[in-house]
Design a protein around this ligand. Sequence first.
Ligand code: ADP
Length: 660
Amino acid sequence: MDRDRFFALSPELLATTEPDDRFHELSPAWTRCLGWTLDELRARPWIEFVHPDDVAATRALRQADTQPVHFVNRYRHKDGSYRWLSWSGSRMVDGTSYAVARDITEAKRTEEALRESEERYRELFDNAKDLNYTHDFAGNFTAVNNAAERISGYSREEALQMNIAQIVPPEYLDAVLPWVLRAGAETTTATYELEIVAKDGRRVPLEVNSRVIFRAGVPVGVQGIARDLTEQKRIEAALQVQREQLREDVDVTAALARVGSEMITSLATPVVLERLCRLTTEVLPCDASHIYLWQPGEEAYVPMSGHGHTPEQWEAMRVMKFPLALIRPLHEQLEREELVQVRRADARGRRALAMFRPGGTNAIMFVALRRAGELIGVLSASYLSRDESFTPQQLRIARGIAQLGSFALENARLVEELERADSFRSDFVATMSHELRNPLTVIMGYNELLLDGTFGAVSDEQADILRRANKNALELLDLVNATLDLSRFESRQVPLNQEVVAIDTLLDEVGAEMQAVSRKKQLAVQWEVSSEPITLSTDPVKLRMVLKNLIGNAIKFTDEGQITVCAHTRDGGVEFRVSDTGIGIPSEALELIFEPFRQVDHSPTRRSGGAGLGLYIVRRLVEMLSGTITVDSEVGKGSSFSVWLPRRAHRAHASGNESA
Ligand code: ADP
């Protein structure tokens, strides 16, 4: 192949240059590489294509003695960019040069990128927020980043002189050492938490991710990234405190809710006092609790109730009195503060403890019980054998109990005051009724004597007036009797005398008693009793009173037609029904007629006497017999009263003691 063809066909960048510094022969690859035509490349001295920064070095090479020369420089592309070329060339004696070049632009770029990424890596390593380090298997640091100083207080220079054993405390080192200091460890990565001792002695918690580093397949050391957990631990600790606070709040609320719900149902002072002490020992919790109430007359605190002691201890306590002179400091402190805690540790505390609990109490707290801000007593809670003081949570609960207790005691006092007033009123009414009844019966007695002619004959007209006077006196007597009954109910003096009652016998008796009344009005009373014998365990006197009242009303408010009385079993009890064909009751009045002193017709022309107490008494009696009463009525058609009684009355209804 001749020389021209060789140049024309070569894929390499081949060139010869003349001593006049111009290209002579060029392979076509040059055009592919630099964009210029071969003629354009030959038209100017080749040095003009060289990057200005490389010109000097390239010229210098031309003077070099060694042959061939190798060098790298940049050539201008037709588009203005530069290509990196790697040259090998030789100069002949005649000044002609032969050269072959290789386009290494891509390789240069890759190299550049690598260098940049290395720099970036260094920078990342150096300036990372986390502590980055490497150490050899002897534990000597071989690299650390800038975070080292911020986290440990040691500068990079100092750290590089150190061994991990100098900053990792032994308890962690023992755990970490086997892994990090053993060449050829089975695992090559590990994550763990430890603490380091900073230059100022502070302990810094770290989370470490480390791995074994290899060089040419041989493990040479460990690289680690350690995150500073100080802030995280601080937040965790704060959260934990919050969680505990919340749990405490929930516990306190639950404890007080329990005290509150039990207190609500306590109406009598002794019950309140007893429950307060028991609840205090249970919800606080503590070993014993007592209540001392202030007795103004005696100027002393007196133990009223207690929980958590033996009966003998209580016997000893209840006879004690704490005169103000003896406990003035405590009294005065409680006037100012809600709560006073006394520990065995302080001298005054020891005296107080000895006084309030001879023998054994280790810690005691006193909480003020108040009425309208005034100190009325003290609730105490104590540990007998445990040698601890009360926690803040217990103090909170105790304060709450004392508030609820003060409230319950005040309630109990008000209820008792009301009851006293109520029973006074009932006593008054009962006495008055008695006083009224006696002269009335005397008046009626004289009337009868007059009518009988005992004091001489009376004219028809006089007899008529006497009869009317008698009728009015009778009504008045009814009224007085009803009032007396009512007052007995109100003062809850009515006992329940339960016995087995045969219904048919009872109805026969009632029928006989009512006969005179019904005959007067010429009304038929129909008795309907089921054929099988029915018995009830109830108070027969009260049941008779109920039936007589209902039948009496039926007769009173019925002019014609009939009265029906029936009894049959229903729902595990017996139902009595008294129906009439009388005037009926308007629906809006149905609910009111069972209230005391309620009557449907208030007009002066009212035909029937009565005090409006009958149905009220009936309702109360039925309640005492554990039964129910209902009414059905239509104006002008008649009324029907139904009383249902259970087979057996429950005692609780008649006991009248609703406060327990
Ligand atoms: P009183 O002493 O007035 O009868 P009660 O309490 O027995 O008092 O009854 C209250 C009112 O209910 C009566 O005044 C009357 O208006 C009405 N009442 C009670 N029973 C009947 C009845 N069987 N028919 C119509 N009205 C009745």
